[in-house]
Ligand binder design. Structure first.
Ligand SMILES: [Fe+2]
Ligand SMILES: [Fe+2]
Length: 149
């Protein structure tokens, strides 16, 4: 049985894989961007909906992180929406926004992977995180209502 953090790490891996072909010069750029947006927004929804409430039960330890993480989710979601609205002809703008997105995602993932997730594994414990993963699995269909078109 895997834990919620292990599930979320799998998403990070998938997102990094998509980022490998996330290049403005790629002829499939519009589809890749659309996929990236759905996967990233879906992933952030799982973290906000399931993982955050679990860490919020331990405010003394996690309070410094959760507002930062949620704010970053908003920034990343906003930038993805902006990229979707940017015309293909505006190549310089697209490129600049794509670079910003890449670095936002990398900083965000590093924070979660190096600090937040290991801390949660320590404080919340494996057993609770396995239960949380099961809840996420059971309610995974709900993510659809929160995805951009
Ligand atoms: Fe996140
Ligand atoms: Fe994440």
């Amino acid at each position: 049985m895997s834990t919620a953090t292990e599930q979320l790490l799998k998403d990070h891996k998938m997102i990094r894989k998509i980022l490998e072909s996330f290049d403005v010069d790629n002829p499939r750029f519009p589809e890749i961007l659309k996929t990236l947006q759905r996967v990233v927004v879906g992933h952030a929804w799982f973290e906000d909906e399931f993982f955050m409430p679990a860490v919020k039960t331990r405010p003394l330890i996690f309070k410094p992180f959760w507002s930062e993480v949620s704010t970053e989710h908003e920034h990343i979601g906003g930038l993805l929406a902006l990229l979707r609205k940017t015309g293909l002809k505006e190549k310089k703008t697209l490129q600049a926004r794509a670079i910003t997105l890449r670095s936002l995602l990398e900083t965000h993932f590093t924070k979660e992977e190096d600090v937040l997730f290991p801390l949660a594994e320590q404080v919340i414990g494996r057993e609770s995180l396995v239960k949380l993963a099961a809840t996420m699995e059971r309610r995974k269909e709900e993510v659809r209502d929160h995805l951009p078109r």
